[in-house]
Design a protein around this ligand. Structure first.
Ligand SMILES: Cc1cc2nc3c(=O)[nH]c(=O)nc-3n(C[C@H](O)[C@H](O)[C@H](O)COP(=O)(O)OP(=O)(O)OC[C@H]3O[C@@H](n4cnc5c(N)ncnc54)[C@H](O)[C@@H]3O)c2cc1C
Length: 241
C-alpha cells in the first residue's frame, strides 16, 4: 500500500548509488559493442541502453549514429495528451452528507472531472479535479484556482467555498513530461509509426508507458514496459551479444 511517491522511493531504494537525478541525457552514442550515455556532467558506458523518455522526447536526445528517419517521424507525431490536475482540501468530505459521491463530470469547463480522494470519512475531505490542459495550462495559478473553485461551488454548493488547501500542476508546462496521460495521435499515425514504438535500434531499447501492450498511458503500463524491455536486453546478454 502507499502512494505514487512510495512506489518511486522504493524503486529508487533498490538502485542505491546507480541513480542520477536532475541529469537530462543529451547524447547517446553507439560505437561497436558499447553505448555511451552523456549528460552535461556524466558519461556512462554500457552494453545496452533502455530509453524510457516518452516518444515525443526521444528526439531531444542526440543519437549517434542518428536514429532511422521513421523513429523521428514517430517522435514528431506521438504527442502527449492534455490533462492537468488540481487537489482541493476541506475539513471533511461535506458532500457525503448529501449522499453525493464526489464524482462530477462536465463538458463545458476547463474543469471536467472530479473524484473524492479523501483518506478518511472524518477528514480531511479532498476532491481531485481533472482539468483540460488545453485551456487550464495557459492560465496563471490564481486564475486556475479561481476556475477550479468556481466549478466546485457550481457542483457541490456553497460549502465548497471553504477550502483549507489547494494545489495544482499544469502538465502542459512541464519540460520533460508535457501533457499526458495518453498520447492523442492523429489519423494514420498508429499504422504509420506505431511499429517503431518498441523496435530496438541497435543497442538502444525503448520502454515507457506509451510502449506497453496493455494499460498504455498508465503507471501499470510503464512498469509492464520496463519489464518487457529488461527481458529483451537480458535475452541479448544471455545470448552473449
Ligand atoms: C494529469 C495526469 C494524471 C494521471 N493520472 C494517472 C492515474 O490516475 N493513474 C495512472 O496509472 N496513470 C496516470 N497518469 C499517467 C502516468 O502518470 C503515466 O502513464 C506514467 O507516469 C508514465 O510513466 P513513464 O515512466 O512511462 O513516463 P514518465 O513518468 O513521463 O517518465 C519519463 C521520464 O523521462 C524523463 N526524461 C525525458 N527526457 C529525458 C532526458 N533527455 N534525459 C533524462 N530523462 C528524461 C522525464 O523527466 C520523466 O521523468 C496520469 C498522467 C497525468 C499527466
Amino acid at each position: 500500500m502507499g502512494t505514487t511517491h512510495t512506489l518511486v522511493t522504493r524503486l529508487a531504494g533498490t538502485l542505491e548509488d546507480c541513480l542520477l537525478v536532475a541529469s537530462p541525457v543529451e547524447r547517446i552514442t553507439t560505437a561497436g559493442e558499447r553505448v555511451t550515455v552523456e549528460t552535461s556532467k556524466h558519461a556512462i558506458d554500457a552494453r545496452y541502453v533502455i530509453v524510457t523518455a516518452s516518444p515525443t522526447h526521444r528526439s531531444t536526445i542526440e543519437f549517434t549514429p542518428a536514429l532511422p528517419e521513421r523513429h523521428y517521424g514517430l517522435s514528431r507525431s506521438w504527442r502527449l495528451g492534455a490533462l492537468s490536475k488540481a487537489f482541493v482540501a476541506y475539513d471533511r468530505p461535506f458532500w457525503r452528507d448529501e449522499g453525493l459521491s464526489g464524482e462530477g463530470m462536465s463538458d463545458d469547463e476547463t474543469v471536467f472531472l472530479t473524484f473524492d480522494v479523501s483518506p478518511h470519512a472524518d477528514g480531511p475531505g479532498i476532491l481531485m479535479v481533472f482539468c483540460d490542459g488545453r485551456g487550464f495550462d495557459a492560465y496563471d495559478k490564481d486564475e486556475r484556482r479561481r476556475r477550479v473553485m468556481r466549478h466546485l461551488i457550481h457542483l457541490y454548493g456553497a460549502p465548497a467555498r471553504h477550502a483549507i488547501d489547494y494545489t495544482d500542476f499544469s502538465w502542459g508546462n512541464d519540460s520533460f513530461a508535457p501533457g499526458g496521460p495518453n498520447p492523442a495521435v492523429g489519423p494514420k499515425t498508429w499504422t504509420t509509426f506505431g511499429p517503431f514504438l518498441r523496435e530496438p535500434v541497435g543497442r538502444v531499447h525503448w520502454a515507457g508507458s506509451e510502449t506497453a501492450d496493455e494499460t498504455s498511458g498508465s503507471m501499470n503500463g510503464a512498469i509492464l514496459s520496463g519489464r518487457r524491455a529488461a527481458t529483451e536486453v537480458a535475452a541479448r546478454l544471455d545470448a552473449g551479444q
